[in-house]
Design a protein around this ligand. Structure first.
Ligand code: FES
Ligand code: MG
Length: 590
């Protein structure tokens, strides 16, 4: 094969450095353990890493163990040599105290693997929430050609003739349990029914959102994000992804040529249109930071909020991943946005073509699933950025504000989009669970539930705990949601209207630290403000009392994470890591 790469492959420095024949021999010999020959490794073909995120500890991504076989065949057929290696496991549901600790850890590990080994280009296998941003962040830091291969969502879940989606079924069943409508056995049955096959969450939770984001950024093959894990097209796109990454290695098509500001703005718009997870905010901010792209906190309001919800998928809508894929998936959504002038079609993608070229003619035929911008599920459905005396940055996912909630809280005559409530403050989720049904709290429908100690430093890692449900007595009266607010996150599968990711968090001295139960909080969505109505002198007095205590670190990584990680507003990245960018340009020394 005499294809000439745009730039010599970095693996040559390991396997074919004429100046260091002694080292070259050492590098080559152990790969023969599994049958590779020196001739292959010295043939001048690119070495393609497959960053494997699937394992028994990462069930959402476990399909990748199977898919990697097809990816390898694609790599071989296109003239590359595949080398598969493990990525630190991230399993959203199960990792305590939260999987959010592991995004930055997986990032760090992947940077070292991609940099320190003879890898010329990489297939990033993604699925469960944080596997996608971790991989993309690392690929940006190293800046070798990289392509995202999603594992795909599970098949649709069904229970008693009703669609039940990952996570969303849990939040909804908890309310039914609290209202006495179902028992614990029924709760378990509903939860299990939502997970019928291999794959990641089948709702538009954080996993499906982040895989859609990867595609919107131009980092995966067209249509890759939404193909359900068990479908035959999933194996086929694994093969095509393997083929394509070899070409990208020859073309030297690196993340830094794809990840421009316009690509990130496209991703923000797509998140709004699909009713995507509020976790997209810290992940997109984090990826932009590592890509060296200037993204502003207000970009979410300025470019995302005005975009309508056009995808009818849980938790904001009705359906699940299979129908979304059959309706055309992410390309069909982007085609609608492009038609309405809401997409920059010029952005370059891993296909070597522009987004506009990739999605040409991809209009859906299922208008029940993917609506038009002119006739959406909901107008102005993106994230709203709020600020005030309690925090500099918080976001609200407006696509899940139900009509009933809007009617109760946001529609008093002359006070549309405004709400005042009495704060009930909890220090972490144990405190919430212990006290939420305590009659002494006197919670009624005019309250706002606040949780602090749930941010990156406080938890540590930042937890999905802000979607607090009201006390049982309110649920039994039909009040299924109260306004909530906190310095943590909420599950992307939750339909709770919350103010999230408040930065700075209370553990870092943010305003939530001085808030007290009984204070009045005023929220004005139109003005983008959220304030506690407390005198400045009183605030100053309370600040003297210091910040509420947080649990001590239990592992070395927790301690390091707390020391080095920034706030959610800016992506919660390892602050010192951002300056390392394009590091593969300098080959590590022998
Ligand atoms: Fe892994 Fe949802 S828990 S994808
Ligand atoms: Mg989650």
């Amino acid at each position: 094969m005499d294809r000439i790469p745009v730039k010599p492959f970095r693996s040559r420095d390991w396997f074919a450095d004429p100046a260091r024949a002694d080292m070259t021999a050492l590098y080559l010999e152990r790969f023969m353990n599994y049958g590779l020959t020196p001739a292959e490794l010295r043939s001048g073909r690119p070495i393609i890493g497959i960053a494997q995120t699937g394992s028994d500890l990462s069930p959402c991504n476990r399909i990748h163990i199977e898919l990697a076989k097809r990816t390898r065949e694609g790599i071989r057929d296109a003239g590359g040599i595949a080398m598969e290696f493990p990525v630190h496991p991230i399993f959203e549901n199960c990792r305590r105290p939260t999987a959010a600790l592991d995004r930055n850890l997986a990032y760090l590990g992947l940077v070292e693997a991609l940099y320190g080994y003879p890898i010329d280009a990489v297939v990033l296998t993604t699925g469960c929430d944080k596997t996608t941003p971790a991989g993309i962040m690392a690929a940006s830091t190293v800046d070798i050609p990289a392509i995202v291969l999603s594992g795909g969502p599970m098949l649709d879940g069904w229970h008693d003739g009703e669609l039940v989606g990952s996570g969303t079924v849990i939040w909804r069943s908890r309310r039914k349990l609290a209202a006495g409508e179902i028992d614990e056995e029924e709760f378990l049955q509903r939860a299990c029914s939502s997970a019928p096959s291999a794959g990641h969450c089948n709702t538009m939770g954080t996993a499906s959102t982040m895989n859609a984001v990867a595609e919107a950024l131009g980092l995966s093959l067209t249509g890759c994000a939404a193909i359900p894990a068990p479908y035959r097209e999933r194996g086929q796109i694994a093969y095509e992804t393997g083929r394509r990454i070899v070409d990208m290695a020859y073309e030297d098509l690196r993340p830094s040529k794809i990840l421009m500001r316009e690509a990130f703005l496209n991703a923000i718009r797509v998140v709004s249109a699909i009713g995507g997870s509020s976790n997209a905010q810290p992940h997109i901010a984090g990826m932009a930071q590592h890509a060296g792209v200037e993204l502003h906190r207000e970009d979410w309001s300025d470019h995302g909020y005005g975009v309508p919800l056009i995808v009818n998928m849980q938790p904001a809508g009705q359906y699940l991943g299979e129908r979304f894929h059959r309706a055309g998936g992410v390309p069909a959504v982007m085609a609608e946005l492009a038609d309405a002038g809401l997409l920059d079609g010029d952005c370059l993608t891993v296909t070597g073509r522009s987004i506009g070229e990739n999605i040409a003619g991809r209009t859906t035929r299922d208008r029940e699933m993917i609506r038009t911008v002119a006739d959406p599920m909901m107008d102005k459905a993106g994230f709203l950025v709020l600020r005030g005396n309690l925090f500099d940055f918080g976001i609200m996912k407006t696509s899940v504000i139900s009509d009933a909630f809007r009617q109760r809280y946001l529609s008093a005559p002359g006070q549309e989009d405004r709400f005042e409530g009495r704060a009930i403050v909890f220090d972490g989720s144990d405190d919430y669970h212990h006290r939420i049904n305590d009659p002494a709290l006197d919670i009624d429908e005019h309250c706002i539930l606040v949780i602090r100690g749930s941010g990156p430093i406080g938890w540590p890692g930042s937890a999905e705990v802000v979607n607090m449900q009201p006390p049982d007595h309110l649920i039994q009266r039909g009040i299924l949601a109260l306004p909530t607010l906190g310095d943590g996150r909420q599950s992307g599968t939750s339909d709770s209207p919350s103010i999230l990711n408040c930065s700075p968090e209370s553990a870092a001295g943010g305003g939530l630290a001085w808030l007290r139960t009984g204070d009045t909080i005023r929220i004005d969505l139109a003005a983008g403000s959220c304030d506690a109505l407390v005198d400045p002198e009183e605030i100053a007095r309370r600040m003297q009392e210091g910040v509420p205590p947080v649990p001590e670190s239990h592992t070395p990584w927790e301690e390091l994470y707390r020391e080095k990680t920034g706030q959610l507003a800016d992506g919660g990245v390892l602050d010192f890591a951002v300056k390392y960018r394009g590091i593969a340009a300098r080959t590590p020394r022998h």
